[in-house]
Design a protein around this ligand. Sequence first.
Ligand code: AMP
Length: 219
Amino acid sequence: MKSIIFIAPPAAGKGTQAKLVTEKYGIPHISTGDLLRAASNGDDELSITISKLLSEGKLVSDDLVLELLKERLEQFDCENGYILDGFPRNLTQAKKYEEILSNINMELGIVIFIDLAREVAQERISGRLSCPKCGAVYNSSIEGSMPIKENICDNCGTTLIHRNDDDITTYGIRYQTYMKDTVPLLDYYQTIHKLYVVDGNKSKDEIFKEITDIIDNNQ
Ligand code: AMP
């Protein structure tokens, strides 16, 4: 199993699909958003800076994200592959990531783009619920994406929250950043024949089926 990068507009279902892939293939789900949310919990200056950027929907510095990611990739559970959700967010991160990979003798693997129009993704944020402990994502407005017990995480029993960057104004900022910084990655990965596109308008199960077909064909 190699590494899998998920690229999608904010709130297009990356986290949901990443969790399903983790369950099926037993590889860890690494969300840089989750790593940063964990790093923003302290009351030191760095935590406060990260927390402010997150709540404004702005990207955190490449160096900091790369440092957190490098630390995470060195853990033993990443040896057989992993899913990257929310990284890379721009070309600098993509290039630096390749340097990290070559240092640890890992291959780039595949890049899966979940394609979804802004209007549809934006509409989903109002129902989106996240687990602050394990990072699981639910959606009270999407059939099949609701927690079994209202407002409680199926995985760990923690009370779910509505992320404070999941509002329309912050979504607009996150989407602009995505268009400007992240979308150019699609051309980059297409050029090096690593890109696979999945239609994000399909149901959760259909999308998952497409993703697993891509993974299985690339083992
Ligand atoms: P996400 O959970 O992927 O929606 O990310 C939430 C927020 O974390 C983003 O709006 C950024 O502020 C920050 N973030 C996540 N991943 C990255 C990254 N790779 N580079 C910079 N900032 C990031």
